[in-house]
Write a protein that binds this ligand. Sequence first.
Ligand SMILES: [Zn+2]
Length: 326
Amino acid sequence: MEEYNIKTKVVGVDISNERTTYAIVDIRGNIIAEESFDTALYRDVNSFVTVLSEKIVTLVEANGGYETIRSIGVSAPSASSISGYIENATNLPWKGSVPLAVMLRERIGLAVGMANDAHVSALGEYTFGSAHGMTNFIVISLGVGLGSCFFSRGSEHVGHRGFSGEFGHTCVEDHGRLCGCGHRGCLETYVGAKGIVKTAVEVMTSSDQASLMRNLEKLSPRTIAECCDKGDELAIEVYRQTGYKLGIGMANYASIVDPEAIILTGGISHAGQWLVDPTRESFEEHVFGNMRGKVKILTSKLDDRERDVLGASALAWSVPEYSLFK
Ligand SMILES: [Zn+2]
């Protein structure tokens, strides 16, 4: 009788504009081996996929071999789980439509599932993090851009083309700041990394008050939050304004989908109370009355990169098995 080989591991890949991280993850969510490299080193997507494939194969061969790997899950910005394409990613080196899932499958010979980074973050929170046990929740990733994913009855809402959750490009200020997408007043222009720096400059320009921010070599969400930690009033004001806008956006989102919780992830969420307190206040002020005081606003307890690799591994388990090597 032919014995069926049950595969107990998958590969999770997280592609961001800065780093590409890939890891072998076992069925219990243990990361067995993990490596990463600079995404921007490969301006041509063909050489990127070739290098990524070679590196994955080397890691797999050093950790039990091909026959133990079931499938691969990939997280990437502007990726569609429906088409398997990365489409017009603003912050990646490759422009236009890139059929990354198929390219990787052809080179490695295993099933590849791919989804938008915000969807994969939400899958990571659902499987291993703060959303464990919840069925209706929103995960918002706060970084250069703002992504989001809504889980309804335990599965992610992906939309007709796989691009749902462009929370950063919802309008919170008519005729407001110009966004990279071409519109004005998008939430991202106030709450994304560049938007927070812009608010800091505005706050400093409109006041004569002393501020530690005036002496910073580089204004960034992180350095501004460090000024807040030292009690700097203008820095606290920057996050107050940021949280006010974010709270409006989240209240609109929650009023439509009625979530149990909203989980904030990504670099900007590390500002902690300086961001979360004014966000919660604005959220409660703007959300529909039946939900007031009832929606939990949480920050992720997972390391961002680890969560995204684990989320990609959860995605890998969800695709049908396929192998050229069986
Ligand atoms: Zn926009």
